[in-house]
Design a protein. Structure first.
Length: 191
């Protein structure tokens, strides 16, 4: 079904470590599985999953060049959180270098690390596929996988709480997009 994406796989192989390439394939497969389960667009889910980490293994200078070239301004939290850079540079790379003009795919890649308030279904699918792909093995992966089988919202609530608790326990700042996504979900749950 997804054979037309071989050119993107070749690009990924040239840009990513073998482990990161494998992760990208796993996320693409999980995104399709979740799209099937929750009625999402399987083609977009696959492509977003495949490309979500396209700049993950890029050196800092490449990220900074992409930001400068495409007018991306980093806030103070982003400047000090290189782990977030690949989502922003990856979205710009996909749009401007690969010439993929699908805004849903671009925003799904852009927010796959932080989430945000008002997430589209594709954004949720990618965010959660990245959390639950077959190659993941963090402490609460079994709980996270159980939640994603219940509902996207239950999984999103758990994932956001997990992320916030992890960052706070390590004394790391919280990106406002993550806080806003958490608050939006908490307010929905309290109604």
């Amino acid at each position: 079904m997804f054979e037309q994406y071989d050119k993107y796989k070749d690009i990924l192989k040239s840009r990513l470590t073998p482990k990161r390439y494998h992760h990208s394939l796993c996320v693409a497969e999980e995104a399709v599985r979740l799209a099937n389960k929750y009625g999402g667009d399987k083609e977009k889910a696959y492509l977003a999953g495949l490309l979500h980490d396209i700049t993950k293994n890029a050196p800092p200078d490449e990220h900074l060049n992409i930001f400068k070239r495409f007018g991306i301004m980093l806030n103070d939290i982003e400047k000090n959180a290189e782990k977030l850079w690949h989502a922003m540079s990856g979205a710009a790379y996909i749009e401007n270098v690969l010439k993929i003009n699908d805004k849903e795919i671009i925003t799904a890649v852009r927010y796959h690390t932080t989430a945000r308030a008002g997430m589209t279904q594709l954004e949720k699918l990618l965010y959660l596929a990245d959390f639950t792909s077959l190659d993941r093995d963090y402490d609460d992966i079994d709980v996270m996988r159980e939640k994603v089988e219940i509902s996207l919202e239950a999984a999103l609530d758990y994932a956001l709480s997990y992320t916030i608790n992890d960052l706070v326990s390590r004394g790391k700042p919280l990106h406002l997009d993550t806080v806003n996504a958490y608050n939006e979900n908490a307010l929905k749950g309290s109604k």
